[in-house]
Write a new protein. Structure first.
Length: 317
């Protein structure tokens, strides 16, 4: 079986600088196209048009940060619905206990026997609510007799449906983010290879005309190659529980840089940031008591850019 390899950047530029550079090179190539064609017929108008189309497609693609914001916003929707559902089911419990003659295990029929262990888990909370709604229907008559109303029952049923829809969308956004980020990097790598082809050809096209040839130099270094300095970026992200999607506080996120371990601890919203990480590719790990260790490999840090690295921790046992 072929081993799947992580999708990584083949260039050392932030997204913003990348777009700026490739658009400039495209502009220069368009101006100098006749000269490039005279050197190599591969540099046709079609070549220029295809490169321009790729750059346009890249501009229209969402960034990793935009996708993360979408997930965060949807998670907030889910959490708000869960909180509302908890309040309304607890309100109903009051009326259940008011029923004068009831089976001894009536609360179990509503799911309250397992409530404390599942109320922070999105999937389990949904299962609880579906069981709860069935029990509300079963005991509708005695509940109405003690002051519970049909409108309250309808509200809980509606909340259940809304939470189910919101939870599905949240999971869809999570899976789409991974695919979208990889697609974006693959397209940027494709564009980068073409840009390097153009830059290499420019050395032959312009020969000793350095004033014109230097327009095709990407990196502002003596040899035009990626800088070997100490440029840095930031690794940032969100740590959540895989079962519930809830943020996890006090999770420790680590990355090893040249033998030194850098660490950050998540706040109450599950957020963390590792600043001043030298440009490069790293393995990032998240740990928290009661949860399995999670690791992401080939996390690419770009100069002056936030690199998003989210974790979903699975509870032990």
């Amino acid at each position: 079986m072929t081993k799947l390899e992580a999708v990584v950047r083949i260039f050392n530029l932030s997204d913003a600088i990348f777009l700026e550079k490739v658009q400039l090179i495209l502009t220069f190539l368009t101006e100098d196209l006749a000269l490039f064609q005279g050197f190599d017929a591969d540099f046709s108008q079609e070549y220029v048009d295809l490169l321009a189309a790729d750059i346009k497609q890249l501009q229209n693609m969402p960034t990793a940060n935009q996708l993360t914001n979408d997930i965060t916003n949807q998670t907030n929707v889910v959490l708000a619905l869960m909180d509302d559902a908890k309040k309304k089911t607890q309100n109903t419990k009051y009326f259940i206990e008011k029923i004068p003659v009831k089976p001894p295990r009536i609360l179990s029929e509503f799911g309250f026997d397992i409530y404390d262990s599942i109320h922070n888990s999105q999937p389990k909370m949904l299962q609880f609510l579906k069981k709860f709604n069935d029990a509300v229907k079963k005991y509708s008559v005695p509940l109405l007799e003690v002051g519970f109303t049909q409108s309250k029952a309808d509200e809980i049923l509606s909340l259940t449906e809304q939470l189910d829809t919101a939870n599905t969308l949240q999971e869809k956004l999570k899976s789409q983010r991974t695919v979208a980020v990889d697609d974006r990097i693959l397209l940027m790598n494709k564009i980068w290879k073409k840009i390097m082809h153009i830059c290499d050809a420019s050395k032959q096209v312009f020969g000793n005309d350095y004033a014109r040839q230097k327009r095709y130099i990407i990196y502002n270094t003596p040899n035009g190659q990626p800088p070997a300095g100490t440029a840095t970026g930031v690794i940032t992200g969100l740590v959540t529980a895989s079962a519930s999607g809830l943020p996890l506080k006090d999770a420790v996120v680590t990355v090893e840089v040249a033998g030194t371990i850098l660490t950050a601890t998540t706040n109450a919203e599950g957020e963390y940031a590792l600043p001043e990480v030298p440009v490069g590719s790293y393995t990032v790990t998240a740990t928290l008591g009661g949860y399995a260790i999670a690791t992401h490999e080939n996390v690419e840090v770009m100069e002056d850019e936030d690199t998003t690295c989210d974790f979903e921790l699975k509870a032990n046992g």
